[in-house]
Design a protein around this ligand. Structure first.
Ligand code: HEM
Length: 106
């Protein structure tokens, strides 16, 4: 599963997170997003090709994904507690993390 595959999964599942009011569907989409973000951490983006895994740039890249994973977990906790509106409000923050990291690494 390539980084592009991971990003395509993030895109599709994020759309579901934003659209759905169904708790089961919401939780599944968040779980799918988390797995894709975890897999993306094992990859090297084209923009960082040749950088060592422990380089500052690669650490910054993985930190961006950890920020997203933290937000996904916060949203999932709210969804698990039955707070669908809260989970969706938390999920609005994903877009800031996406945009900031796309500026740096895409
Ligand atoms: C909700 C969060 C995010 C969504 C929906 C998203 C979505 C996407 C999409 C649709 C693409 C284009 C994929 C393609 O070419 O087929 C992409 C590319 C990319 N994204 Fe994201 N992204 C998200 C978060 C992030 C984060 C947090 C990072 C890094 C920390 C990141 C790094 C990248 C990079 C590096 C590319 C270019 C892929 C390459 O180098 O081949 N994205 N993203």
């Amino acid at each position: 599963q390539s980084l592009e595959d991971d990003m395509d999964i993030l895109k599709g599942a994020y759309r579901t997170v934003q659209k759905t009011e169904d708790a089961t569907e919401l939780k599944k989409a968040l779980t799918d997003m988390r797995a894709a973000a975890e897999n993306a951490k094992t990859q090297t983006p084209d923009s960082l090709e040749g950088k060592a895994a422990d380089s500052a740039e690669m650490k910054d890249y993985r930190a961006g994904l950890d920020t997203l994973i933290g937000q996904i977990d916060a949203s999932k906790q709210l969804a698990d507690a039955g707070d669908i509106a809260g989970a969706k409000a938390e999920a609005k923050k994903f877009a800031d993390t996406r945009d900031a990291n796309h500026k740096k690494f895409r």
